[in-house]
Design a protein around this ligand. Structure first.
Ligand code: TYD
Ligand code: MG
Length: 455
Protein backbone atom coordinates (compact mmCIF):
# COMPACT_ATOMS: atom_id res chain seq x y z
CA UNK A 1 0.00 0.00 0.00
CA UNK A 2 1.28 3.43 -0.83
CA UNK A 3 1.90 5.45 2.31
CA UNK A 4 0.05 8.71 2.42
CA UNK A 5 2.47 11.66 2.30
CA UNK A 6 -0.04 14.29 3.25
CA UNK A 7 0.67 16.23 6.37
CA UNK A 8 -1.04 19.13 8.09
CA UNK A 9 0.85 22.15 9.32
CA UNK A 10 -0.26 24.87 11.74
CA UNK A 11 0.18 28.22 9.99
CA UNK A 12 0.72 29.96 13.28
CA UNK A 13 3.50 27.97 14.92
CA UNK A 14 4.59 25.39 12.33
CA UNK A 15 3.53 22.29 14.31
CA UNK A 16 3.06 19.25 12.05
CA UNK A 17 0.12 16.84 12.33
CA UNK A 18 -0.79 13.67 10.46
CA UNK A 19 -4.46 14.59 10.35
CA UNK A 20 -6.47 17.76 10.29
CA UNK A 21 -7.72 19.31 13.51
CA UNK A 22 -9.65 22.46 14.29
CA UNK A 23 -7.31 23.55 17.06
CA UNK A 24 -3.54 23.41 17.19
CA UNK A 25 -2.44 21.66 20.39
CA UNK A 26 0.96 23.30 20.24
CA UNK A 27 -0.04 26.96 20.20
CA UNK A 28 -3.77 26.79 20.92
CA UNK A 29 -4.78 28.66 17.75
CA UNK A 30 -8.00 27.78 15.96
CA UNK A 31 -8.44 27.11 12.24
CA UNK A 32 -4.76 27.49 11.45
CA UNK A 33 -4.01 23.92 10.38
CA UNK A 34 -3.87 23.39 6.63
CA UNK A 35 -2.80 20.58 4.34
CA UNK A 36 0.78 20.87 3.20
CA UNK A 37 3.07 19.03 0.80
CA UNK A 38 6.01 17.58 2.73
CA UNK A 39 8.15 16.98 -0.37
CA UNK A 40 8.48 20.67 -1.03
CA UNK A 41 10.49 22.41 1.57
CA UNK A 42 13.66 21.74 3.45
CA UNK A 43 16.26 19.19 2.47
CA UNK A 44 17.19 17.93 -0.96
CA UNK A 45 14.46 15.29 -1.16
CA UNK A 46 14.88 11.53 -1.42
CA UNK A 47 16.91 11.53 -4.64
CA UNK A 48 19.85 13.61 -3.39
CA UNK A 49 23.25 11.93 -3.05
CA UNK A 50 24.98 12.77 0.23
CA UNK A 51 28.10 14.88 0.09
CA UNK A 52 31.01 14.18 2.41
CA UNK A 53 31.92 17.09 4.66
CA UNK A 54 34.99 17.77 6.78
CA UNK A 55 35.22 18.43 10.49
CA UNK A 56 37.94 20.70 11.83
CA UNK A 57 39.45 20.84 15.31
CA UNK A 58 38.53 23.94 17.27
CA UNK A 59 42.16 24.38 18.32
CA UNK A 60 43.35 24.36 14.70
CA UNK A 61 41.39 27.55 14.10
CA UNK A 62 44.21 29.82 15.17
CA UNK A 63 44.61 33.52 14.63
CA UNK A 64 43.27 36.60 16.33
CA UNK A 65 39.74 36.24 17.58
CA UNK A 66 37.88 39.35 16.65
CA UNK A 67 34.47 40.64 17.46
CA UNK A 68 31.88 40.04 14.77
CA UNK A 69 32.32 42.73 12.07
CA UNK A 70 29.45 45.18 12.26
CA UNK A 71 27.97 48.03 10.31
CA UNK A 72 26.62 50.77 12.52
CA UNK A 73 23.46 52.43 11.25
CA UNK A 74 24.06 55.71 13.00
CA UNK A 75 20.59 55.42 14.55
CA UNK A 76 21.66 55.11 18.19
CA UNK A 77 18.59 53.30 19.48
CA UNK A 78 18.74 50.74 16.66
CA UNK A 79 22.45 50.12 17.20
CA UNK A 80 21.78 49.66 20.89
CA UNK A 81 19.31 46.82 20.39
CA UNK A 82 21.45 45.03 17.81
CA UNK A 83 24.44 45.25 20.12
CA UNK A 84 26.39 47.86 18.16
CA UNK A 85 25.15 47.62 14.57
CA UNK A 86 24.19 44.93 12.06
CA UNK A 87 26.60 41.98 12.04
CA UNK A 88 27.82 41.20 8.53
CA UNK A 89 26.56 37.89 7.19
CA UNK A 90 23.79 37.67 9.76
CA UNK A 91 20.04 37.49 9.38
CA UNK A 92 17.72 39.57 11.53
CA UNK A 93 13.97 39.28 11.92
CA UNK A 94 12.08 42.46 12.73
CA UNK A 95 8.58 41.51 13.88
CA UNK A 96 5.58 43.53 14.97
CA UNK A 97 1.94 44.36 14.37
CA UNK A 98 1.05 45.81 10.97
CA UNK A 99 1.33 49.60 10.96
CA UNK A 100 3.65 49.81 13.95
CA UNK A 101 6.52 51.33 11.96
CA UNK A 102 8.74 48.47 10.76
CA UNK A 103 9.03 49.72 7.18
CA UNK A 104 9.61 53.25 8.47
CA UNK A 105 12.52 52.45 10.76
CA UNK A 106 14.12 50.16 8.20
CA UNK A 107 13.88 52.79 5.47
CA UNK A 108 15.51 55.27 7.85
CA UNK A 109 18.30 52.77 8.61
CA UNK A 110 18.68 52.02 4.88
CA UNK A 111 19.02 55.73 4.10
CA UNK A 112 21.54 56.28 6.90
CA UNK A 113 23.69 53.38 5.68
CA UNK A 114 23.44 54.46 2.04
CA UNK A 115 24.62 57.93 3.05
CA UNK A 116 27.60 56.24 4.72
CA UNK A 117 28.54 54.60 1.42
CA UNK A 118 26.98 51.15 1.94
CA UNK A 119 25.11 49.38 -0.82
CA UNK A 120 21.57 48.83 0.42
CA UNK A 121 18.79 47.00 -1.39
CA UNK A 122 15.20 47.32 -0.18
CA UNK A 123 13.05 44.50 -1.53
CA UNK A 124 9.40 45.31 -1.08
CA UNK A 125 6.81 42.62 -1.58
CA UNK A 126 3.97 44.59 -0.09
CA UNK A 127 4.22 47.98 -1.69
CA UNK A 128 5.05 49.10 -5.20
CA UNK A 129 8.34 50.92 -5.80
CA UNK A 130 6.44 54.21 -6.11
CA UNK A 131 4.87 53.76 -2.68
CA UNK A 132 8.19 52.95 -1.06
CA UNK A 133 9.63 56.03 -2.71
CA UNK A 134 6.81 58.15 -1.32
CA UNK A 135 7.59 56.99 2.19
CA UNK A 136 11.30 57.62 1.61
CA UNK A 137 10.44 61.14 0.49
CA UNK A 138 8.50 61.74 3.67
CA UNK A 139 11.50 60.54 5.66
CA UNK A 140 13.89 62.81 3.75
CA UNK A 141 15.58 59.73 2.37
CA UNK A 142 14.59 60.01 -1.28
CA UNK A 143 17.95 61.50 -2.27
CA UNK A 144 19.98 58.50 -1.05
CA UNK A 145 21.34 55.61 -3.11
CA UNK A 146 19.04 52.97 -1.64
CA UNK A 147 18.13 50.48 -4.38
CA UNK A 148 14.47 49.48 -4.53
CA UNK A 149 13.00 46.28 -5.92
CA UNK A 150 9.41 45.08 -5.85
CA UNK A 151 9.67 41.29 -5.94
CA UNK A 152 8.11 38.41 -4.07
CA UNK A 153 9.63 35.37 -5.76
CA UNK A 154 12.79 34.27 -3.94
CA UNK A 155 14.53 33.00 -7.07
CA UNK A 156 13.86 36.37 -8.75
CA UNK A 157 15.12 38.24 -5.70
CA UNK A 158 18.33 36.21 -5.60
CA UNK A 159 18.84 36.81 -9.33
CA UNK A 160 18.33 40.55 -8.79
CA UNK A 161 20.80 40.54 -5.90
CA UNK A 162 23.38 38.66 -7.98
CA UNK A 163 23.45 41.60 -10.38
CA UNK A 164 25.82 44.42 -9.61
CA UNK A 165 28.20 44.68 -6.67
CA UNK A 166 27.64 42.70 -3.51
CA UNK A 167 25.17 44.46 -1.20
CA UNK A 168 25.97 45.29 2.43
CA UNK A 169 22.38 45.24 3.56
CA UNK A 170 19.28 43.61 2.08
CA UNK A 171 15.87 44.38 3.56
CA UNK A 172 13.03 42.01 2.69
CA UNK A 173 9.65 43.56 3.49
CA UNK A 174 7.98 41.24 4.31
CA UNK A 175 8.83 37.57 4.76
CA UNK A 176 5.13 36.70 4.46
CA UNK A 177 5.06 37.73 0.84
CA UNK A 178 8.01 35.51 -0.15
CA UNK A 179 7.35 32.47 -2.27
CA UNK A 180 9.55 29.97 -4.01
CA UNK A 181 9.10 27.97 -7.22
CA UNK A 182 10.38 24.94 -5.35
CA UNK A 183 7.47 24.77 -2.92
CA UNK A 184 3.99 23.90 -4.05
CA UNK A 185 1.97 25.41 -1.25
CA UNK A 186 0.29 28.78 -1.56
CA UNK A 187 2.27 31.97 -0.80
CA UNK A 188 1.95 32.93 2.86
CA UNK A 189 1.94 29.36 4.16
CA UNK A 190 4.54 28.11 6.60
CA UNK A 191 6.38 26.10 3.96
CA UNK A 192 6.69 29.08 1.64
CA UNK A 193 7.75 31.46 4.41
CA UNK A 194 10.28 28.97 5.70
CA UNK A 195 11.75 28.32 2.25
CA UNK A 196 11.90 31.98 1.39
CA UNK A 197 13.56 32.86 4.69
CA UNK A 198 15.99 29.97 4.32
CA UNK A 199 17.07 31.10 0.87
CA UNK A 200 17.63 34.66 2.11
CA UNK A 201 19.56 33.46 5.18
CA UNK A 202 21.76 31.29 2.95
CA UNK A 203 22.41 34.35 0.81
CA UNK A 204 23.52 36.28 3.92
CA UNK A 205 25.92 33.53 5.04
CA UNK A 206 27.39 33.08 1.55
CA UNK A 207 27.90 36.73 0.65
CA UNK A 208 28.47 38.38 4.03
CA UNK A 209 25.56 40.77 3.47
CA UNK A 210 23.25 41.51 6.40
CA UNK A 211 19.70 40.39 5.64
CA UNK A 212 16.81 41.96 7.52
CA UNK A 213 13.51 40.12 7.25
CA UNK A 214 10.33 41.93 8.20
CA UNK A 215 7.57 39.80 9.69
CA UNK A 216 4.02 40.76 10.58
CA UNK A 217 2.52 39.25 13.67
CA UNK A 218 -1.22 38.86 13.54
CA UNK A 219 -3.39 37.91 16.46
CA UNK A 220 -5.59 35.75 14.27
CA UNK A 221 -2.63 33.69 13.10
CA UNK A 222 -4.06 33.63 9.58
CA UNK A 223 -0.81 34.63 7.93
CA UNK A 224 2.10 32.29 8.58
CA UNK A 225 3.62 33.68 11.72
CA UNK A 226 7.28 34.62 11.85
CA UNK A 227 7.56 32.16 14.74
CA UNK A 228 8.96 29.56 12.36
CA UNK A 229 11.54 32.06 11.16
CA UNK A 230 12.64 32.96 14.71
CA UNK A 231 14.63 29.75 15.07
CA UNK A 232 16.43 30.26 11.78
CA UNK A 233 17.73 33.80 12.14
CA UNK A 234 20.58 35.18 14.27
CA UNK A 235 18.65 37.96 15.92
CA UNK A 236 14.99 38.73 16.54
CA UNK A 237 13.78 42.25 17.26
CA UNK A 238 10.20 43.04 18.13
CA UNK A 239 8.54 46.35 17.59
CA UNK A 240 6.05 47.10 20.34
CA UNK A 241 3.81 50.02 21.01
CA UNK A 242 0.31 51.13 21.32
CA UNK A 243 -1.61 52.84 18.54
CA UNK A 244 -2.92 55.33 21.06
CA UNK A 245 0.59 56.41 22.00
CA UNK A 246 3.32 57.90 19.90
CA UNK A 247 6.26 56.03 21.24
CA UNK A 248 7.50 52.66 19.98
CA UNK A 249 9.83 50.20 21.62
CA UNK A 250 12.20 47.97 19.70
CA UNK A 251 13.03 44.99 21.89
CA UNK A 252 15.66 42.28 21.35
CA UNK A 253 14.26 38.84 22.06
CA UNK A 254 17.10 36.82 20.56
CA UNK A 255 20.62 37.82 19.61
CA UNK A 256 23.48 35.47 18.81
CA UNK A 257 25.91 38.38 18.74
CA UNK A 258 24.81 40.65 21.53
CA UNK A 259 22.64 41.29 24.57
CA UNK A 260 18.98 40.23 24.62
CA UNK A 261 17.56 42.56 27.21
CA UNK A 262 18.04 45.90 25.48
CA UNK A 263 15.32 48.20 24.25
CA UNK A 264 15.38 51.08 21.81
CA UNK A 265 12.81 53.80 22.28
CA UNK A 266 11.39 55.82 19.39
CA UNK A 267 8.68 58.35 18.93
CA UNK A 268 6.52 58.36 15.79
CA UNK A 269 6.44 61.80 14.25
CA UNK A 270 5.34 63.06 10.85
CA UNK A 271 8.97 62.80 9.76
CA UNK A 272 9.28 59.16 10.72
CA UNK A 273 10.63 57.65 13.92
CA UNK A 274 12.61 59.91 16.19
CA UNK A 275 15.04 58.49 18.73
CA UNK A 276 14.19 59.00 22.39
CA UNK A 277 17.46 59.07 24.27
CA UNK A 278 15.88 59.61 27.68
CA UNK A 279 12.79 57.38 27.95
CA UNK A 280 12.10 58.29 31.59
CA UNK A 281 11.12 61.81 30.61
CA UNK A 282 8.64 60.34 28.15
CA UNK A 283 7.00 57.99 30.63
CA UNK A 284 6.81 60.60 33.38
CA UNK A 285 5.64 63.33 31.03
CA UNK A 286 2.01 63.68 32.04
CA UNK A 287 2.45 63.12 35.75
CA UNK A 288 -0.03 64.51 38.24
CA UNK A 289 1.96 64.53 41.44
CA UNK A 290 -0.90 65.25 43.80
CA UNK A 291 -3.17 62.31 43.03
CA UNK A 292 -3.32 59.25 45.29
CA UNK A 293 -2.53 55.90 43.68
CA UNK A 294 0.49 56.98 41.65
CA UNK A 295 3.98 55.70 42.44
CA UNK A 296 7.19 56.07 40.43
CA UNK A 297 9.07 52.86 39.78
CA UNK A 298 12.83 53.02 39.14
CA UNK A 299 13.17 50.18 36.64
CA UNK A 300 15.86 48.78 34.38
CA UNK A 301 15.66 47.85 30.72
CA UNK A 302 18.81 45.97 29.87
CA UNK A 303 21.64 48.29 30.75
CA UNK A 304 19.46 51.37 30.93
CA UNK A 305 17.47 52.70 33.88
CA UNK A 306 13.90 53.81 33.14
CA UNK A 307 11.54 55.61 35.50
CA UNK A 308 7.86 54.83 34.98
CA UNK A 309 4.71 55.83 36.77
CA UNK A 310 2.52 53.07 38.16
CA UNK A 311 -1.14 54.04 38.60
CA UNK A 312 -3.59 52.19 40.82
CA UNK A 313 -7.25 52.74 41.52
CA UNK A 314 -8.85 50.89 44.40
CA UNK A 315 -12.59 51.48 44.77
CA UNK A 316 -15.38 49.76 46.73
CA UNK A 317 -16.99 47.10 44.59
CA UNK A 318 -20.67 46.59 43.93
CA UNK A 319 -20.03 43.18 42.41
CA UNK A 320 -20.01 39.80 44.11
CA UNK A 321 -16.58 39.11 42.67
CA UNK A 322 -14.60 42.36 42.56
CA UNK A 323 -12.88 43.35 39.34
CA UNK A 324 -9.14 43.12 38.85
CA UNK A 325 -7.92 44.82 35.67
CA UNK A 326 -4.28 45.26 34.72
CA UNK A 327 -2.63 47.04 31.80
CA UNK A 328 1.12 46.77 31.35
CA UNK A 329 1.86 44.29 34.10
CA UNK A 330 1.35 40.62 34.91
CA UNK A 331 -2.10 40.03 36.41
CA UNK A 332 -0.92 36.93 38.31
CA UNK A 333 1.72 39.07 39.96
CA UNK A 334 -0.95 41.62 40.96
CA UNK A 335 -2.98 38.85 42.60
CA UNK A 336 0.13 37.87 44.52
CA UNK A 337 0.75 41.39 45.81
CA UNK A 338 -2.93 41.70 46.80
CA UNK A 339 -2.71 38.40 48.69
CA UNK A 340 0.45 39.50 50.53
CA UNK A 341 -1.19 42.83 51.45
CA UNK A 342 -4.22 40.96 52.83
CA UNK A 343 -2.32 38.23 54.64
CA UNK A 344 0.58 40.16 56.15
CA UNK A 345 -0.39 43.82 56.24
CA UNK A 346 -4.03 43.70 57.25
CA UNK A 347 -5.03 45.59 54.10
CA UNK A 348 -8.53 44.44 53.18
CA UNK A 349 -9.14 44.45 49.44
CA UNK A 350 -11.65 41.62 49.03
CA UNK A 351 -14.56 44.11 48.70
CA UNK A 352 -12.70 46.43 46.34
CA UNK A 353 -12.25 46.65 42.60
CA UNK A 354 -8.58 47.06 41.70
CA UNK A 355 -7.37 48.70 38.50
CA UNK A 356 -3.68 48.96 37.68
CA UNK A 357 -2.13 50.82 34.78
CA UNK A 358 1.43 51.51 33.73
CA UNK A 359 1.71 55.04 32.32
CA UNK A 360 2.25 55.65 28.62
CA UNK A 361 1.23 52.13 27.58
CA UNK A 362 4.60 50.81 28.77
CA UNK A 363 5.02 47.15 29.85
CA UNK A 364 6.94 46.22 32.99
CA UNK A 365 8.38 42.73 33.22
CA UNK A 366 10.67 43.15 36.24
CA UNK A 367 9.66 41.72 39.65
CA UNK A 368 11.46 44.75 41.11
CA UNK A 369 8.26 46.69 40.43
CA UNK A 370 6.44 44.86 43.25
CA UNK A 371 7.19 47.54 45.81
CA UNK A 372 6.04 50.41 43.59
CA UNK A 373 2.83 48.53 42.78
CA UNK A 374 2.14 47.88 46.45
CA UNK A 375 2.81 51.55 47.26
CA UNK A 376 0.39 52.68 44.53
CA UNK A 377 -2.31 50.28 45.77
CA UNK A 378 -2.01 51.32 49.41
CA UNK A 379 -1.87 55.00 48.46
CA UNK A 380 -5.10 54.69 46.44
CA UNK A 381 -6.91 52.73 49.13
CA UNK A 382 -5.88 55.20 51.83
CA UNK A 383 -6.62 58.20 49.59
CA UNK A 384 -3.22 59.66 50.40
CA UNK A 385 -0.84 60.87 47.69
CA UNK A 386 2.74 59.59 47.90
CA UNK A 387 5.61 62.08 48.17
CA UNK A 388 6.09 63.60 44.71
CA UNK A 389 9.86 63.19 44.53
CA UNK A 390 10.09 59.57 45.68
CA UNK A 391 10.88 56.39 43.70
CA UNK A 392 10.20 52.79 44.72
CA UNK A 393 11.81 49.48 43.79
CA UNK A 394 12.16 46.04 45.40
CA UNK A 395 10.81 42.55 45.03
CA UNK A 396 8.13 41.32 47.42
CA UNK A 397 8.16 37.68 48.49
CA UNK A 398 5.12 35.67 49.60
CA UNK A 399 6.21 36.00 53.22
CA UNK A 400 5.94 39.77 52.93
CA UNK A 401 9.72 40.31 52.95
CA UNK A 402 11.12 42.97 50.61
CA UNK A 403 14.05 41.51 48.71
CA UNK A 404 16.99 43.37 47.15
CA UNK A 405 17.19 43.67 43.36
CA UNK A 406 20.10 44.26 40.96
CA UNK A 407 21.48 47.61 39.68
CA UNK A 408 20.61 49.69 42.74
CA UNK A 409 23.24 52.33 42.02
CA UNK A 410 22.01 52.87 38.46
CA UNK A 411 18.39 53.15 39.51
CA UNK A 412 19.23 55.71 42.18
CA UNK A 413 21.42 57.71 39.82
CA UNK A 414 18.67 57.98 37.22
CA UNK A 415 16.15 58.98 39.89
CA UNK A 416 18.47 61.69 41.16
CA UNK A 417 19.12 62.92 37.62
CA UNK A 418 15.39 63.46 37.15
CA UNK A 419 14.93 65.27 40.45
CA UNK A 420 13.72 62.44 42.67
CA UNK A 421 15.39 63.06 46.00
CA UNK A 422 13.83 60.18 47.90
CA UNK A 423 13.84 56.45 47.41
CA UNK A 424 12.20 53.55 49.20
CA UNK A 425 14.26 50.42 48.65
CA UNK A 426 15.00 47.02 50.19
CA UNK A 427 17.34 46.82 53.16
CA UNK A 428 20.40 44.55 52.92
CA UNK A 429 21.06 45.86 49.40
CA UNK A 430 24.65 44.89 48.70
CA UNK A 431 25.51 47.40 45.98
CA UNK A 432 24.20 50.50 47.75
CA UNK A 433 26.36 53.46 46.72
CA UNK A 434 28.57 54.88 49.48
CA UNK A 435 27.75 58.55 49.13
CA UNK A 436 24.14 59.56 49.48
CA UNK A 437 22.76 62.48 47.60
CA UNK A 438 19.11 61.97 48.43
CA UNK A 439 17.32 60.46 51.38
CA UNK A 440 16.84 56.74 51.12
CA UNK A 441 14.54 54.66 53.23
CA UNK A 442 15.51 51.02 53.52
CA UNK A 443 12.60 48.77 54.38
CA UNK A 444 12.61 45.13 55.35
CA UNK A 445 8.99 44.03 54.98
CA UNK A 446 5.82 45.10 53.20
CA UNK A 447 4.07 46.02 56.49
CA UNK A 448 6.85 48.61 56.98
CA UNK A 449 5.85 50.21 53.69
CA UNK A 450 2.15 50.20 54.57
CA UNK A 451 2.91 51.79 57.95
CA UNK A 452 4.93 54.54 56.23
CA UNK A 453 2.17 55.39 53.76
CA UNK A 454 -0.98 54.95 55.83
CA UNK A 455 0.66 56.13 59.02
P1 TYD B 1 4.88 51.52 8.57
O1 TYD B 1 6.34 51.69 8.72
O2 TYD B 1 4.35 51.43 7.20
O3 TYD B 1 4.39 50.25 9.41
P2 TYD B 1 4.68 48.68 9.17
O4 TYD B 1 5.73 48.54 8.12
O5 TYD B 1 5.13 48.17 10.52
O6 TYD B 1 3.39 48.05 8.78
O7 TYD B 1 4.23 52.79 9.33
C1 TYD B 1 3.01 52.72 9.94
C2 TYD B 1 2.40 53.99 10.44
O8 TYD B 1 3.27 55.03 10.71
C3 TYD B 1 1.40 54.51 9.45
O9 TYD B 1 0.14 54.41 10.07
C4 TYD B 1 1.77 55.92 9.21
C5 TYD B 1 2.72 56.26 10.29
N1 TYD B 1 3.80 57.17 9.86
C6 TYD B 1 3.98 58.36 10.51
O10 TYD B 1 3.24 58.73 11.43
N2 TYD B 1 5.01 59.19 10.13
C7 TYD B 1 5.85 58.85 9.11
O11 TYD B 1 6.78 59.63 8.79
C8 TYD B 1 5.67 57.59 8.43
C9 TYD B 1 6.53 57.18 7.31
C10 TYD B 1 4.64 56.78 8.85
MG1 MG C 1 5.41 47.79 6.16
Amino acid sequence: MVKSRTRFVCQNCGAVYTRWAGKCDACGAWNTIVEDDPTSGIGGGPGKTPKKGRAVALTSLSGEIEDAPRIGTGIGELDRVTGGGFVRGSAILVGGDPGIGKSTVLMQAAAALARGGCRVIYVSGEEAVAQVRLRAQRLNAADTDVMLAAETNVEDILATLAEGPRPDLVIVDSVQTLWSDLAESAPGTVTQVRMGAQAMIRFAKQTGATVVLVGHVTKEGQIAGPRVVEHMVDAVLYFEGDRGHHYRILRTVKNRFGPTDEIGVFEMSDLGLREVANPSELFLGERNEKSPGAAVFAGMEGTRPVLVEVQALVAPSTLGTPRRAVVGWDSARLSMILAVLEAHCGVRLAQHDVYLNIAGGYRITEPAADLAIAAALVSSLAGLALPAECVYFGEVSLSGAVRPVAHTAQRLKEAEKLGFQQAVLPSRTADLPGERAGSWTEIETLPDLVARIAG
